[in-house]
Design a protein around this ligand. Structure first.
Ligand code: G3P
Ligand code: CA
Length: 300
């Protein structure tokens, strides 16, 4: 995926047929990917959610099989205070139930079918064993995939779940997933809420944090001062790939922060953000990213 120039600096190389013209430009430009020694991280967004029901053990397992470096887990909290893997505040889209997660006890939530919706929506990808899949708790995910796996956890809706940060840190400490060096840590925690991230740091000063942003309309911009502020508590930034550009990515990476765009689902977009210099990305198709990274590797 990368090669070293005469000074030992990592440079990006394009390989693919359809991007041959781009390849030439990049080689001429010798763009530096300032990620050494960290490779470009392949984050299985909600699991391999382009292939299997999101936030189920099946989806997470597939993410690992497809060589995802991280399982991404969004968190909501039940009425009885249990952290569960779920993207939405409501159960309606991804289960056969209706209502807010916060109004369900874990026992009630476990009765819901979290797989059939996927078969209905994507008949071409449907599998009989997806029927009846249940919503996993965070602890069940960790127990299933172990402490050698890497988890990229998102605190969702911290405003409606008091105590969510404390419970998360309790679990991460229990399983000894937190490492000071983000390259070694078995967990990163991301949130759109800087307040929630700060709260996490008050509870555990070394848990590696990622600040999320969404940019609509115009391409997002970020000032040097904002980057300095983020650098005080976070090791990286996540942002929607269609809301940022190369300048944004370069600024973030040059500030010493990781840059992880979401949710990058086509090979074309994967190559685009790699060439911008990202240090990883979220994708529903970790198999596609695996193939793109292989192209780069073979060209190095
Ligand atoms: O965490 C990056 C990305 O997952 C944020 O978007 O809505 O898919 O959680 P969302
Ligand atoms: Ca997420």
């Amino acid at each position: 995926m990368q090669k070293k120039d005469s000074e030992g600096t990592l440079v990006a190389v394009m390989v693919d047929e359809e991007s041959r013209a781009k390849q030439k430009a990049i080689q001429e430009d010798e763009k530096v990917i300032p990620t050494e020694p960290t490779p470009i991280w392949n984050v299985a967004h909600r699991g391999a959610s382009g292939h299997a029901p999101e936030h189920t053990l099946e989806g997470y397992r597939m993410g690992g099989t497809m060589l995802g470096d991280f399982i991404e887990v969004d968190l909501q909290m039940t009425k009885d205070g249990v952290l569960v893997a779920m993207h939405d505040e409501r159960v309606d889209r991804t289960t056969n139930g209706t209502g807010l997660v916060k109004d369900f006890t874990l026992k009630e939530l476990k009765k819901l079918d979290a797989g059939s919706w996927f078969n209905d929506l994507y008949p071409e990808k449907a599998q009989p064993h997806y029927v009846g899949l249940t919503i996993p708790t965070l602890e069940e995910v960790i127990e299933e995939f172990g402490t050698d796996e890497r988890y990229y956890i998102e605190i969702k809706e911290p405003g409606i779940y008091p105590g969510m940060e404390k419970e998360l840190i309790r679990i991460l400490e229990k399983y000894k997933l937190i490492g000071k060096d983000p390259k070694e840590s078995h967990v990163l925690v991301q949130s759109f809420s800087p307040e929630s991230l700060q709260k996490l740091h008050e509870l555990n000063s070394i848990v590696p944090l990622v600040q999320l942003f969404t940019y609509y309309g115009d391409i997002g911009t970020i000032t040097e001062e904002e980057l300095r502020e983020i650098d005080k508590y976070a090791i990286g930034i996540g942002a929607n790939h269609n809301g940022i550009d190369e300048k944004y990515v370069r600024q973030v990476v040059d500030a010493g922060l990781m840059m992880h765009p979401y949710t990058v689902n086509t090979k074309e977009d994967m190559r685009k953000v790699i060439n911008w210099g990202v240090t990883g990305m979220f994708t529903n198709f970790p198999d596609l990213l695996r193939d793109v990274l292989k192209e780069y590797e073979e060209a190095s």
